[in-house]
Write a protein that binds this ligand. Sequence first.
Ligand code: ATP
Ligand code: MG
Length: 386
Amino acid sequence: MNKTLIVRYGEIYLKGKNKSYFESSLVHNIKIALYGINYSILRAQNRIVIEKYSEKDEPKIMDILKRVFGIHSISPALEIKTDFDEIIKNSVLLSNDTGTFRVTVKRADKKFPYSSVELAKAVGGAILDEKPNLKVDLHNPQHELFIDIRENGLTYIFYDKIICAGGMPIGTAGKGMVLLSGGIDSPVAAYMIAKRGLSLTALHFHSFPYTSEQAKEKVIDLAKILSSYCGKFNLLVVPFTEIQRKIHENCPAEYMITIMRRFMMRIAEKLCETYSCKTIVTGESLGQVASQTLESITVTNSAVENIPVFRPLIAFDKEEIIEISKKINTFNTSILPYEDCCTVFLPKFPIIKPKLALIEKAEESLNVNELMDSALAQTEVIEIKP
Ligand code: ATP
Ligand code: MG
């Protein structure tokens, strides 16, 4: 008898001929996440089994696996060789003492000489013999004992199915550049798009000395929390002060934010080339602020030439975003009071419905390429690890 963890994946099973690629990616990501822990990993049919680990490591392993995208659920299970008496004995051992229960058998191994129903009845009967305070309830049991007879001669017995992060394995959707501010929204956007399998590089614009070192530290902390889900990645920090100063000096005040955001997009697209990213990701939500009206987003978006911009939160209410940020543990860091670059030179009345032609006209007073090149040349690369 061995203690094991059964790992089930979600959407991967829909992948037909490509399934093996997604499965291999998931196994690869699990190995990275569990680095430093002793265990072995087995690919069984439509699932992955973690075994041969020390019992004291089980809570830690489970905690890590709950954050690996692509895993739908896990179950701590007993692994035994497929044998009627062994199944009965261990099922009784594992079962609760009181309450209601049912036994659910899945028999992939059709050579096993009992049907699912026959075995469930036999196990249920044996449990009731030993534990008379238990009652069977087939429809709404408090405890459900699963017996999974696999084709490889092994049977797994378990109770709980612990629901995990879901999504697709990181990397299977390619690479993207997430614009990470210190706010509530962008870390949630990063989490959500990473969950769909996008491997991230993060980009932060820093306006030192208008924004403090602490503001940058806060973004690093947020990135670290994200890396507990997505593994290690690079955080690029681009100095933004000079660009903001030049816009402030040369352009109409109400265009400040729009032009600033167009610079962010242009710089992001340039860095996407350098870091082989195929999309830009932001935490924008429709109508949340002046720079996120349909008109503002259109003008910001048009600064990007060749790649799509993903906005995972476009249809989310602030309350819904906050709920996720609490769930993924970024909220308490996001609300620390350090200023973001968007608050520097903030006009009293930012334009709500900018017109592209007028914005482009205003930008003519700036040396866009030179400002970008100078900022890009000073990009700092920080390696973020969980
Ligand atoms: P957030 O909570 O993510 O800061 P927000 O509601 O404050 O979002 P904005 O400040 O308008 O909205 O920013 C919109 C998006 O632009 C952010 O979600 C983020 O993706 C990006 N962004 C804003 N400021 C920065 C920054 N300093 N560095 C990198 N990206 C930024
Ligand atoms: Mg912000």
